[in-house]
Design a protein around this ligand. Structure first.
Ligand SMILES: [Zn+2]
Length: 149
């Protein structure tokens, strides 16, 4: 099975990857629900995006994996990575559906690019100064992807 996405296009991206191979998956939390991410990423003025947002039993795809999304606050990381947002906030961890779907999506991405999840799956706060991904247990995602590959 593969994860079904609904395209909700974001104008906030750069075309291509400047020749950089994809070797990272950056884990984020939305600080809200998926609809909040959909709304923010659709606005040019926000200047932010991610490739995927997961929550409330839907997966939005905002940017093609061929293109550079603006999610990590760090250009070199954006060029080499796929960014995944999760419905969660400071007091609410992602629900089981969101976690299960994230694991499945990360498995697909790791297979697509031949990635080792131990190196590839990283939290946003490992590349810039932020609380993100806060309540998203990215280590659980990494562990489950490694087990599922
Ligand atoms: Zn983030």
């Amino acid at each position: 099975m593969s994860v079904d996405v609904i395209w909700r296009v974001s104008p906030n991206h750069s075309v291509g990857r400047e020749g950089t191979p994809i070797d990272r998956i950056v884990i984020h939390y939305i600080v809200g629900d998926r609809a909040a991410a959909d709304a923010t990423f659709s606005q040019p003025s926000s200047q932010v995006s991610a490739h995927y947002s997961i929550g409330e039993r839907e997966v939005s795809q905002h940017v093609s994996e061929q293109n550079t999304a603006w999610h990590a606050g760090h250009l070199a990381t954006n060029r080499r990575s796929v960014g995944i947002e999760h419905s969660a906030d400071q007091n609410r961890a992602p629900d089981a559906w969101t976690m299960d779907t994230s694991v499945q999506l990360c498995i697909e991405i790791c297979r697509r690019y031949g990635l080792d999840p131990q190196a590839a799956i990283i939290p946003h706060n490992s590349v810039s100064s932020t609380l993100c991904p806060n309540t998203v247990d990215w280590q659980e995602i990494r562990r489950r992807v490694a087990a599922g590959l």
